[in-house]
Design a protein around this ligand. Sequence first.
Ligand SMILES: [Ca+2]
Length: 142
Amino acid sequence: MKIRIILPVAIISLLFAISCTKKVVEVRYAPVLYDLVAPDSIQRGSTDIYFLSVKAFDPDGLTDIDSVYFTSTKPDSTSNGSHYYMRDDGQPPDSVAGDGCFSQGIQAGNAQSQLGDYIFKFYAKDKDGNESNHPQAIITMY
Ligand SMILES: [Ca+2]
């Protein structure tokens, strides 16, 4: 008789233990980049500053976005691998802080820079390291 009671109690406690040890997995979603704005071409040796901007969205809120940056690849397909960070702090060239529109300025290289198409590829990462889509712009140096 005693065992009949103990067994269901044991099963219930076991189930309870299992449900209590279940890990709570917090799902966070990757950011999305859109509305990329970049010049079509830049003049080699020019001292003008050209502006790049991209909008970022994150389902977990803009505060979950850790960084937005781009890399560039030269016409000969080489890249220095540098990450050029974009800003959303209202400091030039960014016009409004915290609006999700990230900006950065670039300058044409010196007179020895390669002519041709440069590929600028954009990235965003959230605080969990989730990576966005990678829109890209082709900017021709002439
Ligand atoms: Ca902004």
